[in-house]
Each structure stands twice: as C-alpha cells, then as structure tokens.
Design a protein around this ligand. Structure first.
Ligand SMILES: Cc1cc2nc3c(=O)[nH]c(=O)nc-3n(C[C@H](O)[C@H](O)[C@H](O)COP(=O)(O)OP(=O)(O)OC[C@H]3O[C@@H](n4cnc5c(N)ncnc54)[C@H](O)[C@@H]3O)c2cc1C
Length: 480
C-alpha cells in the first residue's frame, strides 16, 4: 500500500527543505525528501545567499512588524528573529565561515538597511554571507547544505513532484502522493509532512489573481505554486499572497525566464510607454520595484509602465554590464558581456545616434523622449530632482551618443504567499487551528509580506526550516 515510509516527509529540496531535513535527522527522525526537479537547490541555489544579522530582538521585531503592516503575528516574528540569529553559528557548525557582505555599487540599490526611518530599524544589522562566496552566493550556501546532507545520508527522491496530501480522520496528515516517472507513488509520513516547495514564481495565472499583474521569474522554474494547492486542498488558510520580492529585468524569447537589470553607473533613466520618467531609478530598493511599475491609467485601464524602457548613453554602457547573469536561473546558461557589445549585436539592446532615433525603435513619441532626457539632464546640472528625489550623486546625465534602450519588465526573485503558519511552523486552517502533522517553512507562506527589505528569505528558510524539522520530528508516530 505504501511505496516509501519515513518519520518526516519533506516536500521540496531547497534551503528550507535541507534545513528541515538536517534538523529532523539530528533529532533522530528518519527523513525522506521529495524534489520536483532533477536536482535540489531551488531558488536558494540561484540566490545571492545573503542572510541578515539581527542586533536586538525587540527592535528588529518592531521593524519586521511594521514592514508586514501588522499581518504577521508578533510571536511568529520574534521566534524568527531569535532563531535566525543562530544561522551563523549553525552554518559555522557545518564548516562555513560567515562574514558581512560588502554591497556592490550597482543600481538599483540594495541598501544595507532598506528602510532606515521605519520603527525598529536600529535593530537591523548587516547582510551576511559565506566568506569568500562567488557573485552568486547562493551556490556557495547551497553547497554547504548539500554537502552536509550528503554526509548525513539524507534520502532525496528527485524528479518526484508531490501532488496530493493524504489525511487520516482525527489523526491529521499521514502521507503524500507524488509522481515518479510515469507512476504515482504513496509515501507514508509516520510523524509529519513539511512543505518547503517554494512560491508561485512561474504561474502567471496566480500572478494575475494574487499579485494583480504579471511577472517573469528570475528564479527556479520548479516553483509553480504546488505547495499552495496542496495545502489549500485540505483547508489551509493562506497569507501574504500579494507579497513579492521583485525587481526589473529583461525578457528575451531565447529564454523562458528573465534576466535582472543591474547597472554599474547611475547614468540611466526609466521611461514609461509615454516616454516619461516616473521614479527615483537608482535609489529605490531593488526588492520593491513592483510598486512603481504597478500604475494603471484609470481612464484607459492601460498599464503604461509594463513594459517600461531603460535609457542610457555610451559612458554608462562602457562602465559595465547592464544585467546580472552571475545569479538567477540565467546563470546556468548565459554570461552577459562586460561592455554590453554582444547584446547590442544580438539586437537585445537597441542603439541609435539620436534620442529621436532611439524613441522610434521603442515606439515612444520622439519629441516626448527628447524632452524627458533634456529635462533630466538639466536637473543633473542643478543636482536636484524635485519630482522623484534622486540623490544628487546619482544625477548623472544621459550625455554622449550612441544612446541605448532595453525593454524592462517586473521580475520575481520570489513570491511570499502560501499557507499561513504559526511560531511552531505548523500550517493553520482558516479558523487558526494547526492542521495536525503539517508544517511549512521558507518562501512558501513566508512571514514577509509586500515591503520586503532584502536578505530575509534565506534567513527565514534556514530558521523556520530548523523549527519545522525539530517539531515535526517530535510528533508522536501514527498508530501502525
Ligand atoms: C536571483 C535571486 C537572488 C536572491 N537573493 C537572495 C538573497 O541574497 N537573500 C535572500 O534572503 N533571498 C534571496 N532570494 C530569495 C531566496 O532565494 C528564496 O526566497 C529562498 O531561497 C527560498 O528558499 P525555499 O527553500 O523556501 O525555496 P526553494 O529554494 O525555491 O526550494 C523549493 C524547492 O521545492 C521544489 N518543488 C516545487 N514544487 C514541488 C513539488 N510539488 N514537489 C516537490 N518539490 C517541489 C522546487 O523545485 C525547489 O527545489 C533570491 C532569489 C533570486 C531568484
């Protein structure tokens, strides 16, 4: 009747899944992990691998509570801050050295503390990552977790997506149905199931329903919202379904995922489809870019900022790549050229000796784009941008031709929504009661909501992964 059996069955082998598996094994449980992709790593492997240092539990919790607009219970936040503060020691115990992360001077910015005027911001410390990590960072972090998991002989079934949770009356979740090859398998969970199968970055219908607009993914294509359907089917409450960490990027037909825009010089502007600027381009935190692009013209119902266009000149082009291909899904298949010349040749970057010529290539009115660039350049001379508040040192003019443009789309690092959990990592039903023997961790039903400050999702995946692993392993086994 059962194809496999374990004390704790974990669905999804990214950072949260690995953290839960390692902790449950340390607590003496027999663990089986089911992973949809041919190999583990998920978004965690494609990430920057940044974690957050918290300096003071009370203040850091105030900060997170404010950013979450009161949607996340205080005990969930405080438990997170306390447990995340142990991430460094935990990683050290696996042989990894953790160090503060120097932020690259690239734009849009990722500030050390994203919202310094928010209540409790003084409790927020540096971003941390594995010392000497590559540009990706996530690969190094995943390497540490995966090596430890191999050493502890964590049993992982890859290419085995979970498709249904099984429940036994009065006892709770008792197993999982998954697909392996062309057949369904039944996996019994003697103590509990932990869902760590990521968000819905690659389900565009869910984007339209829950996020209000469509996005492209920068991340792991296996994250298609499965955990939300699995949990909703057995009555889980959902939270943070409109929350994302999202940036802006490029989408080319050659790839089914997006490439993040990240420029070495602040000498660029964004314009909408009418050829007008609409934000502080380099100075808006790079995780919150869904907000300025979500504008709808209320007369025409057009989304005039999706797509937008980034405009730059020859000096900015020569300062370095305008895209980031060292992390994200793209890092598997493409490296952007140092001076952007390969991408000009491919036609990905439009070029013209005049602003009017560039406007014609992106279907924007030439007179409006000329006026926008001229007005912006005047503000650079004065060092003052009254409309959007760009910092004076980022007011670098669009000067020397040729001029360049790329189409810009909202892109997801990750979504935050999913089944709601409590401070013990138990999944809750719509009345706020734990669904027996069901736990979750990571970006699936994250504690973060819309105002995401960076370096929080990896911290949470590791911290709530351990909490889920510990508590799942401590459940009493189901009767035989
Ligand atoms: C380019 C980029 C940079 C980022 N940088 C950072 C950063 O520096 N700091 C930070 O905090 N966050 C960062 N993030 C976000 C962060 O990587 C993720 O939110 C976090 O790693 C999520 O971990 P997870 O374990 O919850 O999910 P994942 O690591 O995505 O793991 C989920 C796994 O579940 C699998 N899965 C899905 N469905 C099923 C199913 N039905 N059955 C079985 N398995 C399934 C998936 O294939 C995947 O392997 C970044 C994201 C990206 C894309």
């Amino acid at each position: 009747m059962w194809d496999h059996e374990a004390d704790v069955v974990i669905v999804g082998y990214g950072g949260a899944g690995a953290s839960a598996a390692l902790t449950a094994i340390d607590a003496g449980a027999k663990v089986l992990v089911l992973e949809k992709n041919p190999e583990g790593g998920g978004n965690t492997k494609y990430s920057g691998g940044s974690m957050r240092e918290y300096l003071d539990v009370e203040k850091a919790s105030d900060y997170i509570e404010s950013l979450c607009d009161g949607t996340t219970e205080r005990d969930v936040i405080e438990t997170f801050v306390r447990e995340a503060s142990l991430n460094t020691e935990w990683m050290k115990g696996m042989g990894a050295e953790i160090a503060p992360r120097g932020l690259p001077k690239r734009f849009p910015i990722s500030a050390p503390v994203a919202y310094p005027t928010t209540r409790g911001a003084e409790g927020i410390g540096s971003r941390l990552r594995i010392k000497g990590a590559t540009e990706s960072g996530g690969i190094d972090l995943w390497g540490v977790l995966a090596r430890k998991a191999a050493e502890k002989k964590v049993n992982v079934l890859c290419s085995t997506p979970a498709k249904q949770l099984l429940i036994e009356k009065d006892l709770g979740v008792s197993g999982v149905v998954a697909t392996n090859g062309d057949k369904d398998i039944r996996v019994r969970a003697r103590r509990a199931v932990i869902l760590t199968c990521g968000g819905f970055e690659y389900d565009q219908k869910m984007h339209l329903n829950y996020l209000g607009q469509s996005y492209f993914g920068l991340c792991n294509p296996g994250n298609t919202g499965d955990g939300i359907r699995l949990a909703a089917e057995i009555g889980a409450d959902l939270w943070h379904m409109s929350g994302t960490a999202s940036s802006l990027g490029f989408k080319f037909p050659e790839f089914p995922f997006a490439i993040r825009q990240f420029i070495s010089s602040p000498g660029f502007i964004y314009v909408d489809q009418l050829g007008k600027r609409y934000m502080d381009e380099p100075g808006t935190d790079s995780h919150l870019l869904w907000a300025p692009t979500s504008y709808i013209d209320t007369k025409t119902l057009q989304r005039t900022r999706i797509p937008s266009y980034v405009i730059l000149d020859e000096d900015t082009r020569l300062k370095g790549p305008v895209a980031e291909t060292g992390r994200g899904k793209v890092s598997d298949v493409y490296q952007w050229s140092a001076d952007n010349s390969a991408e000009i040749r491919k036609g990905w970057i439009k070029a013209s000796d005049t602003i009017a010529g560039l406007a014609a290539q992106i279907n924007v009115r030439p007179d409006v784009l000329q006026q926008t660039v001229a007005h912006y350049n005047m503000q650079c001379v004065g060092g003052y941008d009254p409309e959007f508040g760009r910092a004076p040192d980022t007011l670098v003019p669009i000067g020397r031709p040729p001029y360049y443009a790329l189409e810009l789309w909202p892109c997801l690092f990750n979504t935050q929504g999913g089944p709601k959990r409590n401070a013990r990592a138990q999944v809750l039903d719509v009345r706020g009661n734990p669904i027996k023997r069901l736990y979750s961790a990571g970006e699936l039903g994250s504690l973060w909501h819309r105002n995401y400050p960076g370096a929080g999702n990896v911290s949470e995946a590791l911290a709530y992964g351990r909490i889920a692993g510990r508590n799942a392993a401590a459940e009493l086994p189901l009767p035989q």
